[in-house]
Design a protein around this ligand. Structure first.
Ligand code: SF4
Length: 291
């Protein structure tokens, strides 16, 4: 039973929204953010309340909560790397692993700062795990008009791996072959496998009629199905009730995962699993990069 003053927790994770996260400016064509927008900004009182809820959740769960996820509904680096890093530092003060998902291409000084945070956390047996999100291995300004260039994101990923930060790649969403050919995804994997130990190949993404129109996907496709997100199965602090969506699930997800595994790397269908794997590997062989 989740009490009013606690956050939803799932699989050892919570995902608090602290209130300083900016909404995402990248305008990806496949993202429902364009229709719904994301709440941003909270009063000091609300921020204090969320801090209380996080602490109450951690106190009640004992050691069962291992990781705090940064919001997947915002881009924490959207207002500059300093604010993004400050947000990560705010999450790190709870003494757990911190998981970050971003499309930012971080400059070397920001990567060094992240490595320093990771090193501080590693003294307590925790880490900052970063996943960088891609939908293709080539530039796709038609799909990601305002996001950092694919090649810059790859350079950022390599820089993080070189500094020993546990870093993974999140391939999400896997769009239909007619939009993103398999070859483009395989080129991303080939280009990054020297630096990357683990990939998330996300199984589903939220699908709306507006997305169908933007991408030219047939809304009657069998790959689209109704889906209910149960409040307690997703570690979303703001989620107050079950949420009904339509989701798209590309049939190639399994073969892409097999491609990664045959390439000698790990593939997971959930970011949570990837983060768990990267955290454990980082603790076993600290600060060596992917090698
Ligand atoms: S980066 Fe993520 S949240 Fe932002 S528009 Fe793209 S898919 Fe949506």
């Amino acid at each position: 039973m989740v009490e009013e003053d606690q956050l939803s927790a799932y699989g050892g994770c919570i995902m608090p929204i602290l209130g300083d996260e900016p909404s995402c400016p990248y305008e990806c064509a496949y993202c429902f953010a364009q229709e719904t927008g994301f709440e941003q900004g909270k009063t000091a009182e609300e921020q204090e309340r969320i801090d209380g809820r996080i602490r109450a959740t951690l106190d009640a769960a004992g050691g069962a909560i291992r990781t705090i996820f940064s919001s997947r509904l915002h881009e924490i680096f959207a207002r500059g790397v300093h604010r993004g890093l400050a947000h990560i530092r705010a999450l790190a003060r709870y003494g757990k692993n911190v998981s970050v998902l971003t499309k930012a291409a971080l400059p070397p000084e920001a990567i060094s700062e992240l490595a320093a945070i990771d090193q501080e956390l590693s003294a307590q047996g925790n880490h900052v795990v970063v996943e960088v999100s891609f939908t293709s291995g080539v530039e796709r300004p038609d799909l990601e008009p305002c996001a950092p260039k694919t090649r810059d994101r790859i350079v950022s990923v390599e820089g993080m791996a070189q500094q020993g930060i546990p870093v993974g790649i999140c391939i999400s969403p896997v769009l239909p072959e007619s939009i993103v050919p398999t070859q483009e995804i395989e080129s991303l994997i080939e280009r990054t496998m020297g630096a990357i130990r683990a990939y998330t190949v996300a199984r589903r993404f939220v699908f709306t009629e507006a997305i169908a129109q933007r991408l030219g996907i047939d809304p009657a496709s069998p790959a689209i199905a109704p889906h209910t997100t149960h409040r307690r199965s997703l570690a979303l602090a703001e989620q107050e009730k079950d949420t009904d969506w339509h989701v798209y699930a590309d049939p190639r997800v399994r073969s892409i995962m097999q491609y990664i595994v045959h390439s000698g790397r790990r593939a997971f269908a959930q970011s949570r699993r990837t983060v768990e794997y990267l955290t454990k590997s980082a603790s076993v062989s600290p600060r060596t990069g992917a090698g």
